[in-house]
Design a protein around this ligand. Structure first.
Ligand SMILES: Cc1cc2nc3c(=O)[nH]c(=O)nc-3n(C[C@H](O)[C@H](O)[C@H](O)COP(=O)(O)OP(=O)(O)OC[C@H]3O[C@@H](n4cnc5c(N)ncnc54)[C@H](O)[C@@H]3O)c2cc1C
Ligand code: FES
Length: 245
């Protein structure tokens, strides 16, 4: 069930180019599952016209937590909001991460870390592999202090020089469940590795462009081995070998 609410920003923090928001909700937070997202209107005007989707990063009772990379118009406007101001949110939306009784590896490309604090509460023995382009694009890893975290950067300015794929191939991942979130090139690189392995349990959280966020506009259609599906309604979580990337 989804809700639409005007929600008050309780806490706002900016670290590097990332905005951390804690938002008070009536029903959204307590009905959310790890992997779901919200669709957020940044102001009362129609500029920007469309809502923007963001992964539910964590929930604590009625409080919803988001991690937002400041990129364009909507996220810049959001970053200018003050604590106490409101945003209109529709959520929770989409499906959720399937859970298994297995050790887990989280693979994140930059802002792809966003859904993992919430998922971390549901799985055990987690290792987070986080790839960023450089140190200035590193999210606040303090929030992952209870995880085993390994970082890579393209330019070597933080962690190991290389990509998150280089980190994954060093892991014994076959017996584990892999959850990945990031841009499509990351998923394509993962597919190359997984397709030469046996039975891999891996799930991707896709971040395609969206409009309505709940299946009405058909604007987020993707091709899968089971025909066309909507990222907002059938996803955003898909098994690695289901989506045609
Ligand atoms: C299910 C889902 C969950 C998401 N979760 C998060 C999250 O937790 N945190 C977060 O920061 N972002 C997340 N995103 C992406 C986020 O929605 C966009 O970054 C945001 O809409 C950008 O809005 P803007 O107006 O600031 O930027 P725009 O002006 O719309 O775009 C600025 C730049 O960002 C790029 N961009 C915009 N949207 C996307 C997108 N969906 N994927 C890749 N590149 C994009 C554009 O190509 C452009 O280069 C998610 C997207 C989806 C679909
Ligand atoms: S965003 Fe409208 S159908 Fe998916």
């Amino acid at each position: 069930m989804k809700f639409q609410e005007d929600c008050r920003i309780l806490e706002k923090r900016i670290f590097n180019n990332y905005l951390y928001l804690s938002i008070e909700t009536k029903d959204i937070a307590k009905n959310s599952l790890a992997g779901q997202f919200v669709n957020l209107r940044v102001n009362d005007s129609y500029d920007p016209f469309l809502r923007r989707p963001f992964s539910i990063s964590d929930v604590e009772k009625d409080v919803l937590k988001l991690i937002i990379q400041i990129r364009g118009k909507a996220t810049t406007l959001l970053a200018q909001k003050k604590e106490g101001e409101s945003v209109n949110i529709i959520g929770p939306l989409g499906n959720s991460f399937p859970l298994f009784d297995k050790d887990a590896i989280f693979v994140a490309g930059g802002i792809g870390v966003a859904p993992f604090p919430f998922l971390a509460k549901k799985v055990k023995n987690i290792k987070l592999l986080l790839g960023v382009r450089g140190k200035s694009l590193l999210p606040d890893i303090d929030i992952f202090k209870d995880f085993d975290v390994v970082i890579s950067s393209d330019d070597g300015s933080v962690g190991e020089k290389g990509t998150v794929i280089d980190l994954l191939v060093k892991e014994n991942f076959n017996e584990k469940v892999i959850y990945a979130c990031g841009p499509n090139p990351l998923f394509r690189a993962l597919n190359k590795i997984f397709s030469s392995c046996g039975n891999i349990e891996a799930y991707y959280s896709l971040e395609n462009y969206m409009a309505c966020g709940f299946g009405a506009c058909k604007g987020c259609s993707i091709e899968t081995v089971n025909g066309n599906k909507l990222v907002c309604k059938d996803g955003p979580i898909f098994k690695w070998n289901e989506v045609i990337l």
